[in-house]
Design a protein around this ligand. Structure first.
Ligand SMILES: *Cc1c(COP(=O)(O)O)cnc(C)c1O
Length: 389
């Protein structure tokens, strides 16, 4: 009976072209490739923008970390799970982001739930861009404060929403680089508005850190904003840094408060220390090997120039996230499958991850792609996308 109800819903999801299934990677085929169903595919669907997930020194750091500390942390940070590896990584992240302190979380999803849950108060409001990551929207809903969404990057709309008055315990929260569109938030304007309303301003730069700015410090480096302008910065370690985990960086008081009050920090097992060792190594490589950012920039410019020339429906993104807008769910899936047949892994992103009618191919570029691989992808994309749906 209960399962029948699920079966009916599943059939409905299928009918809408929204059914999701997982692909099984059977092996990595080097930095930019993956084996799936026994076939070698060039991976244009990973968030490993700097190509660090397979870096031999990062892998070696994880192995050494496991040998030194064991496979798991054994407890939450506040009980007995917080070790020297976590501490060293937090210090390095504070240094990297130019902030007083940083606090590790097990995932970005949990960091967002924890921070918004601790800072937003009942009676207050959490103002969010409509295209913010799902974890930020969930965080506001869970916090008990009111969720107020403004149109994408629309400062005027935010001003309208705020004009009704901003109560204490309110926040302005935005992705730094939007995960499905690849464009950047107007952080300078958002910072000014949050400051004048005396609300917290929080930027989740999961897709900007490591990649954007000359030294990879993300959209805040590009905008020249420091801790006083953006008191709460969230970053993840599973994207450009190629490992796993997340962190919050900010003032001493903020971090101490989160240690007391962020429930997704307190009530969960600390990251395996080996993961922290790998992330620390990765952070160092991301800083010293600037060529990775430079190469990525060149690939992005190449992809956009050629893609626009060919008439692909690209979004205004200067980041490694380069969506090709398709619109129809079924057609987006069909193109993704055709690319798969041609040897490319490019995932179709459909609602509810993106708004209805905006299904897209989400192409992500990485420093370990070769220009020639991007060229071949474009060629085939032009061929397939040019055919009538
Ligand atoms: C990926 C992502 C997250 C979640 O991070 P995980 O560490 O994968 O849980 C949070 N926010 C944004 C903007 C993201 O893109």
């Amino acid at each position: 009976m209960l399962n029948n109800r699920l079966a009916i819903r599943l059939a409905e999801i299928k009918r809408q072209g929204l059914y999701r299934s997982r692909r099984i990677a059977t092996a990595t085929g080097g930095a930019a490739e993956v084996f799936s169903d026994g076939r070698r595919l060039i991976n244009f669907s990973s968030n490993d923008y700097l190509g660090l997930a397979q870096h031999p020194e990062v892998v070696a750091a994880m192995v050494r970390g496991a040998q030194r500390w064991g496979a798991g942390s054994g407890a939450s940070h506040l009980v007995s799970g917080h070790g020297g590896a976590h501490q060293a990584l937090e210090e390095a992240l504070a240094d990297y982001t130019g902030r007083e302190r940083a606090l590790l979380f097990s995932t970005g999803y949990m960091a967002n739930l924890g921070v918004v849950g601790a800072l937003a108060e009942r009676g207050g409001a959490v103002f969010e861009d409509r295209l913010n990551h799902a974890s930020l929207l969930d965080a506001a809903l869970l916090s008990g404060a009111g969720l107020r969404r403004y149109a994408h990057r629309d400062i005027g709309h935010l001003a309208d929403l705020m004009s009704a008055g901003v109560k204490p315990g309110s926040m302005v929260v935005s992705d730094g680089v939007f995960s499905m569109d690849g464009d950047a938030a107007p952080v300078v304007e958002l910072a000014a508005m949050a400051r004048s309303a005396q609300a917290w301003f929080m930027v989740d730069d999961a897709h900007g850190l490591g990649v954007m700015g000359d030294s990879g410090r993300g959209v805040l480096e590009l905008a020249g904003l420091d801790q006083s302008a953006v008191p709460v910065l969230v970053g993840t370690l599973g994207k450009a840094f190629g490992v796993f985990g997340a962190f919050v960086a900010g003032s001493e008081a903020l971090i101490e408060y989160l240690i007391q009050r962020a429930r997704s920090y307190i009530y969960t097992t600390a990251l395996p220390p080996a993961v922290a060792e790998a992330a620390l190594q990765s952070l160092q490589i991301a800083q010293t090997e600037a060529w990775r950012r430079e190469k990525l920039k060149e690939l992005i410019a190449y992809f956009r120039e050629e893609g626009l020339r060919m008439g692909l429906n690209l979004l205004p993104s200067t980041t490694p996230v380069q969506p090709v807008l398709i619109g129809d769910n079924t057609r987006a899936m069909a193109i993704s499958l055709a690319l798969n047949d041609a040897g490319f892994l490019v995932s179709a992103i459909r609602p509810p991850t993106v708004p209805a009618g905006t299904a897209r191919l989400r192409i992500t570029l990485s420093a370990v792609h070769e220009r020639e691989q991007v060229g071949r992808l474009l060629e085939i994309l032009g061929h397939i996308a040019g055919q009538p749906g």
